[in-house]
Design a protein around this ligand. Structure first.
Ligand SMILES: O=C(CO)[C@H](O)[C@H](O)COP(=O)(O)O
Length: 215
């Protein structure tokens, strides 16, 4: 059985005490820390920027999985790479030349991924899959934590799994939005490799148990 990567989204953490929150998820067995960067343009919410990622980098050895929900990823990705991101994921809907940006990010020595919103079909990223380290399927409208999982996106995960396996691409499928012990099972059955979860993990009394329940 494959080992599922669990990436708690710090969007649901206590922003006044992020160091402690990172230690809690490390102790709970999380693999990555998922960092949601929102600019108030691409999505209707504003969260954090590169200076915060720089501080997170000093506070944890966890892989920093940085999800840019911003209008100009080509303008800002470098700030996040220099701040210590291990993976940078940008939205395909936000750029004209996704392939070029992917190559730029990868050339900097870190991993690169693209994310797709619920309304964006797999066909929009099919030609990118061979250059991707990761594809992030949004199972909520990006912008806020604590929303309900959209079942309509499960077929997208399965379609991506088939393409990636058939063509032997080296690309991880990550799923983000409304992930809990029940929706995680559905996503893993459809072919997900990595699960982002915010509200479910950070609101749990026992976060170790919550992380384990996703695997
Ligand atoms: O990208 C996001 C929102 O745009 C969050 O990562 C995502 O929604 C996770 O939070 P939750 O598990 O609470 O749904």
């Amino acid at each position: 059985m494959k080992r599922i990567i669990v990436a708690p989204s710090i969007l649901s953490a206590d922003f006044a005490d992020l160091k402690t929150e990172l230690k809690r998820i490390e102790a709970a067995g999380a693999n990555w820390a998922h960092v949601d960067v929102m600019d108030g343009h691409f999505v209707p919410n504003i969260t954090i920027g590169a200076p915060v990622v720089k501080s997170l980098r000093k506070a944890t050895p966890l892989t920093l999985d940085v999800h840019l929900m911003i209008t100009d990823p080509q303008k800002y990705w470098k700030d996040f790479q220099e701040a210590g991101a291990d993976i940078i994921v940008f939205h395909v809907e936000a750029v004209k030349n996704a392939k070029g940006l992917l190559e730029e990010i990868k050339a900097s020595g870190i991993k690169a991924g693209v994310s797709i919103k619920p309304a964006t079909p797999v066909s929009e990223i099919e030609s990118l899959l061979d250059s991707l380290d990761l594809v992030l399927v949004m199972t909520v409208e990006p912008g806020f934590g604590g929303q309900s999982f959209m079942e309509t996106q499960v077929s997208k995960i399965a379609a991506l799994r088939k393409i990636i396996d058939d063509r032997k691409y080296n690309c991880i499928i990550e799923v983000d939005g409304g992930i809990n012990d029940k929706t995680a099972k559905v996503c893993v059955a459809a072919g997900a490799d990595a699960l982002v979860s915010g509200n479910y993990i950070f609101s749990a009394g026992d976060i170790k148990k919550a992380v384990e329940s996703l695997r």
